[in-house]
Structures are given as structure tokens and as C-alpha cells.
Design a binder for this molecule. Sequence first.
Ligand code: DCT
Ligand code: MG
Length: 415
Amino acid sequence: QLDISWYTESMGMGRPVDIQDRHQLQVRAEPRPIAMVTTLNGYACQRRTPLQHHNAVLTDALLVLAEKAEFSENEGRSVALRAASVLKALPHTVINMENLQGLPCLGEHSQRVIKEILEDGKSREVEAALHSEQYQAMKALTGIFGVGVKTADRWFREGLRHPSDVASSGHRLNHTQQAGIQHYDDLNMPVTKAEADAIGQIVKEAVQAVLPGAEIILTGGFRRGKPTGHDVDFLITHPEEGKEEGLMPKVVSWLEARGLLLYQKTNRNSYLEATEGSARPPNNMDRFERSFSIFRLDMPGAGPERHPQAALLEQAQDDSSVGGRRVGESWDWKAVRVDLVVTPFSQFAFALLGWTGSQLFERELRRWAGQEKHMSLSSHALYDSKQKRYLRASCEEEIFAHLGLEFIPPCERNA
Ligand code: DCT
Ligand code: MG
């Protein structure tokens, strides 16, 4: 899937070089500007995308533009995300526009931004976005758990800029948003792998206590090898199909009885294969028995050193109820967003694939299935529209095989 046409020792500088040039180079046998021509497949699910890549300066810029587009609800978001994703899969640093030849998903807009950064070190459009009041306010307001772009945009138009403005605005907030405001600082601090593992131990204990033999697995970004995340995602299942039914309320009660949950909202499983056929649910993430929660993770001995924002908060003496703790309060626990999902064993492989991400990798898998294979993929099942039947799978490898795709391990799904 990856074809590095050719390159010589000192990468970069040149234009793509054809066979004749190459011959001349060899004849002259002198160091020459390099051509690095790489071709990549058009779907992110056909590419290997590692966590660490060579073009962070460019992808960071494109991701700001994706965010800016998201805040104004235009489709530029997916365009910029796809462009960034292609650069993440490149095995080398882009240093000139020729390096982009033959690459998919790089439209005129993305190329303009890349060119500017290569020439001037930065993009005016990205700088303007980062400094704009709208971008900063939307970023802060959508950073509240339970607040989406629509609500944030309405608040922005009313003159609100920051969670503290919302808290003092007198707006009626739902329970999720109240929790989001209350734990704003903690929830905007990255969750570390160590914290995710600590929560994993707690969830494991809870699950084992209420249903012996049940299994839990850490999914989402941490399964892809990310060192931090915005939340912790777990899948729970039991090898005996049916045993998992009704598990979530019991797990939640166990956790609540021990004071480990600061907030939780459970959705029932609303997926019914037989009656729904191949219909693709509008949002296939919402149909398992799923609990969105905020854990209270004990952090023994934690002080401002381990909780860097504590120092900042202490400076903000006059701040109101936003954030979590007032000056002088202890920092021995941290609020952490956790998603728990219960899946029947027969759907486990699909759930695992669907919840491992990245979000773009998932979107591209579904696009590939629909457009290239006349299949419909969700986190529950894979339906073949030509054969008019569901295709079963007991592991991720089988799903890739059904889709006619080379298997990509989780650590290379960071599209
Ligand atoms: N997912 C998806 N489509 C969405 C949202 C999520 O396919 N609209 C899948 C892919 C990732 C997984 O669910 C978990 O979602 P997040 O926690 O949002 O993503 P993440 O990769 O775990 O990111 P983070 O590390 O920030 O938590
Ligand atoms: Mg996650």
C-alpha cells in the first residue's frame, strides 16, 4: 500500500525526478536535491497511521482549521481532517510542495495552507483563527462536558465567552452541563495512561463483583497507544451470550455505593438486528447499553505539583464556582470522564473495532464498506447488501477480511 518511488540520501529539496533525471544523477554521481514521491491509498482505513509521525507542524495547523470549520458547522471539517490524516501516514517530513504530488485528499485549500507554512513558517489563516475571539470562546464553551457546537454558538452570540460566564448567566443547565461546569478544569486536563489503568482496576472489580466471568477491555485512544486521552473508554462483555443483559445498572450501583461516581447517565441498548435489517442508525455509537460517567479518581498524596492547574487556580483568587475546587481545597482526587459500554459477546468484535477509533479511521471504514463493498458496518454488525445477510466475526481480523482490507493493528489506526 505504500510505494516510495525512490529517494537519495539527503531527503527533500527537489522536484519529483523521472527515470531520465535519475539516470543523469547516477551518471554525475554527485549529491543532488532529492525527490521523495510517495503514493498513499485514498481511504484512511487502507493506510497505516502511527501515533508519532513526521508532519506535526502541518497537521496541527490543519486540525485548527478543522476545528474552526466545526465551530461554524461547515463541511470543511472533514476535508481538513482527511488532509491532515494523509500527512500523518507519510513516512517522511514534507519539506516542499513536490513532496505532495500523487497524494490523495489534499485539496486546493489544504495545499495553500501547507505552502504558506513551508514558505513562511506559519499560516495567516491558522494564526487568525487561533487569535479570534470566536475560536477561543467556542473552544472554551464546547470544552464543557454536555455542550455541543449549537449550544456554544448560541451562547457566544449572547456574549458568553467562558464557562464562568455561563455559570453566572442564569441559564438553565441540564445535569450533564452542570457537572461539566463543576468539573471543568479536571475534565479539560488530559487523562494519563496510569490514571486510565487505575480506573480500569476499579471497573474490573465492580464488574467481577456483580457478574463473575465478565470481561473488560480498554478501548479508544489508549488501545491505539496514546499516552493521554480526554476520557477512558471501556467495553464490557461476557462469553455466555445473554449474561451481560442488565449488567450496567448493577455496575453503576456498585460504583455509586462506594462514592466513585460524580455523575452518570445510562442509555439502554436500543439495537435490534432482526427488525432493523441493514438500516444504518444515524449514530451507531449510541445503541449499546452505555454509561457516560464522571469518576472520582483518588490520587493519594497529590498536591499542586501533580495537579499543575492547581497553581493557576490559586492565582485566580476571585474565580467563582467554575472548575471544581476553591483555593485551599485539597487535590487528592480528580474528576475523569469514563465511557462504559456493555456488548453481547456475538457483537464484541464489531464493538471493539468501532470503539478503538480513531474517529476518522471509523468513518473511513464505514465509507469504504458502503462505497466499495455495498456493505453496512456499525459497532454491532456488518451487513452485506448484495448477499442480503449479516457477516459474522469473532475478531477484528475477520472483519477486515470480510471488507477486503489488509488488517491494520490498533497502534496504526491513528488516522
Ligand atoms: N467514535 C466514533 N465516532 C464518533 C465518536 C467516537 O467512531 N463520533 C469511536 C472512535 C473512538 C471511540 O469511539 C472513542 O471515542 P473518543 O473517546 O471520543 O475518541 P478517542 O480516540 O478515545 O480520543 P481520546 O483519546 O481523546 O479520548
Ligand atoms: Mg477516548
